[in-house]
Design a protein around this ligand. Structure first.
Ligand code: SF4
Ligand code: SF4
Length: 379
């Protein structure tokens, strides 16, 4: 079978498997390589040290599959809608994570099927499917494969359907027929994403300082969140969609056809108070197979406490007092901060009681600072 015929059959199969966009590019040095080095050097990766540790692998897709010649780049839409207003006690979850199943599992199944199909056509082919976890500059390769351009918000945007999609790839050592790269940039004079970012995470267009980005802070960052960024997190308890919400190219983003990506009621919006009453094993059972597992219980409760503090939700005192007693300092410290945002006598009493028994220096510092905020509001 000719290369052209194989490529067209693979694309057809990818669409039948539920991918909304598919394009093919040659395995090459990605064009954003030197920008990536500079980005790392500026410290914009925060404490995602795995990015710099795998720097060499990112230089060429052969770091992911030896002998690779082609990349089949794939995009699958996730749910574009989200609640407009939230009641107190509820938090926002980035749209990509509100489905009923971890998208890695859904997409890996599809990638296996696509790889199997390619090997049916070319039994000697070597393949590897990747979604997120391999050292591959997915957005750059998706642009090379003609799927769209990288916007000022650093995300890949498709002119027809916007940016609410997952990217995945099948790498192979087979030669395929390559698409034209997407060369236009349709951001024009728009700066909506740069202006709307709540934490000012874009030092310049097309550059994201991940260490200030709410997605990074709520998912990847393992330590307390800087006090100066907590209020800016607003109601985001896991990830953030603001720079996509404001993008004009997402105005007509299509709904997903994948049942596993449809938003489940429990996560959209997300009941934050209840989280504080789940023990470790309940928590694991509930979240182990969802994207929300990544920050683990300690990270998710830290985020939940900050959102409840931002909402100044008087009905959250019980949940936050429970969080204050948590044996994990990250949770206890964030709960202390949140209690300090509430104008509540019970919150103040819980903090004063904690002051007498706490031994962890970080938590003590948060408790003292929270009591300081309460005192400052009284005077
Ligand atoms: Fe800013 Fe949110 Fe976009 Fe991160 S995800 S850059 S915090 S708007
Ligand atoms: Fe580009 Fe405007 Fe979308 Fe930002 S909001 S990515 S500048 S089109």
């Amino acid at each position: 079978m000719k290369t052209e015929e194989i490529t067209s059959r693979i694309k057809e199969k990818a669409r039948r498997l539920g991918f909304d966009h598919v394009g093919v590019c040659r395995a090459t040095t990605p064009p954003g390589g030197s920008r990536f080095d500079e980005w790392l050097a500026r410290g914009y990766a925060g404490d995602m040290s795995y990015l710099s540790e795998r720097r060499d692998a990112y230089r060429h897709p052969s770091g992911v599959l030896e002998g690779v010649r082609s990349l089949v780049m794939l995009a699958a839409h996730y749910e574009p809608t989200a609640p407009e207003r939230l009641e107190a006690g509820k938090g926002r979850v980035a749209r990509y994570a509100t489905g009923s199943e971890d998208y890695h599992d859904t997409l890996r199944r599809r990638l296996h099927q696509l790889s199997d199909y390619l090997r049916e056509l070319r039994p000697e082919a070597t393949t590897r499917g990747v979604v997120d976890t391999a050292p591959l500059m997915e957005r750059e390769f998706a642009q090379l494969a003609g799927l769209g351009w990288i916007g000022k918000n650093t995300l890949l945007i498709n002119k027809g359907t916007g940016s609410y999609f997952f990217l995945a790839a099948v790498l192979t050592d087979e030669e395929l027929l390559y698409d034209q790269p997407f060369e236009a940039d349709h951001c024009g004079s728009c700066t909506a994403c740069l202006e709307a970012c709540p934490t000012g995470a874009f030092p310049e267009p097309y550059v994201l300082d991940a260490s200030r980005c709410i997605s990074y802070l709520t998912i990847e960052h393992r330590s307390p969140i800087d006090e100066g960024l907590r209020v800016a997190m607003g109601e985001w308890s896991f990830g953030c969609d603001v720079c996509q919400q404001v993008c004009p190219w997402n105005r007509d983003a299509p709904p997903t056809v994948e049942a596993a990506f449809k938003a489940v009621e429990e996560f959209s919006p997300f009941d934050l108070r209840a989280l504080f009453f789940l023990d470790e094993s309940d928590f694991r059972r509930r979240f182990r197979h969802t994207p929300l597992w990544r920050p683990h219980r300690r990270g998710l409760l830290r985020n939940a406490a900050i959102v409840l503090g931002n909402q100044q939700d008087g009905d959250a005192v019980l949940a936050l007092s429970q969080g204050l007693q948590d044996e994990e300092p990250l949770v206890s410290g964030a709960s202390a901060w949140a209690l300090g945002q509430l104008s509540s006598e019970t919150a103040e009493q819980a903090l004063r009681a904690k002051l007498g028994v706490e031994t962890n220096e970080y938590v003590l510092q948060e408790v003292r600072s929270a009591l300081g905020s309460i005192d400052a509001r009284k005077h």
